[in-house]
Design a protein around this ligand. Structure first.
Ligand SMILES: Nc1ncnc2c1ncn2[C@@H]1O[C@H](COP(=O)(O)OP(=O)(O)OP(=O)(O)O)[C@@H](O)[C@H]1O
Ligand SMILES: O=C(O)C1=C[C@@H](O)[C@@H](O)[C@H](O)C1
Ligand SMILES: [Mg+2]
Length: 187
């Protein structure tokens, strides 16, 4: 994996990762507003390109197709854009190429929510996330913990338990501003 990054810290895209439903889309939008940056939600962009919802893409074109498009889209924006706030879909970071491009070109924030808190989100998201449909709570729990290894590769972690989206976004903004000041104080 490429480790040296020649993009100034202040210009690097900020990428939000984490399990489905932790708040990447909701919080990414807020972070973008607070930093006066453009927001890109990978799921929404793929929906726009196909003029189909994610569940329909899964149903009609298949998950394998979705993962290919998702990976290519993320590699493209991470390589060819700067100054964006990018929210990934919950499963994107499971792909090694996605992790590598995010970690080598961007600043990666892991939104961490405990299993107990996450369970309360199920009714809000179950109908729009094909991978949750027809799964038992035990199967979802297994997926939740299985994915943690991939999410553990990040630059910064924010624990979102008991925090509303505004508070999480404020923490992310504070954290990036500290990083900018510490590592590139004169820019
Ligand atoms: N900090 C929070 N506190 C309470 N509810 C939240 C919080 N963040 C997000 N939510 C709610 O949780 C649901 C899922 O949020 P969101 O769509 O942002 O998740 P996501 O991480 O983008 O999911 P996915 O990986 O599937 O794209 C929404 O209904 C949102 O309003
Ligand atoms: O966690 C996942 O695998 C997914 C999360 C959503 O963001 C969508 O990308 C899709 O529903 C798959
Ligand atoms: Mg989302």
């Amino acid at each position: 994996m490429e480790t040296y990054c020649n993009i100034p810290l202040r210009e690097r895209n900020i990428v939000l990762i984490g399990f489905m439903g932790v708040g990447k889309t909701t919080i990414g939008q807020l972070v973008a507003k607070k930093l006066y940056r453009d927001f890109i939600d990978v799921d929404q962009e793929i929906e726009k390109i196909h003029n189909m919802s994610i569940p329909t893409i899964f149903q009609q074109l298949g998950e394998e197709y979705f993962r290919k498009v998702e990976k290519e889209f993320i590699v493209d924006i991470c390589t060819n854009t700067r100054l964006k706030i990018i929210s990934l879909g919950g499963g994107a970071y499971l792909q090694e190429e996605v992790r590598n491009v995010c970690l080598s070109k961007c600043i990666v924030f892991f939104l961490d929510l405990s299993w107990d808190s996450w369970k309360d989100r199920i009714p809000l998201i179950v109908n729009s996330r094909p991978l949750l449909k027809n799964k038992t709570l035990e199967e979802i729990e297994e997926l939740f913990f299985k994915r943690r290894d991939a999410y553990s590769l990040h630059n910064s972690r924010v624990s979102t338990n008991d925090l509303d989206p505004e508070a999480v976004a404020d923490q992310i903004v504070k954290s990036v501003k500290w990083t900018w000041e510490i590592y590139e104080p004169n820019d």
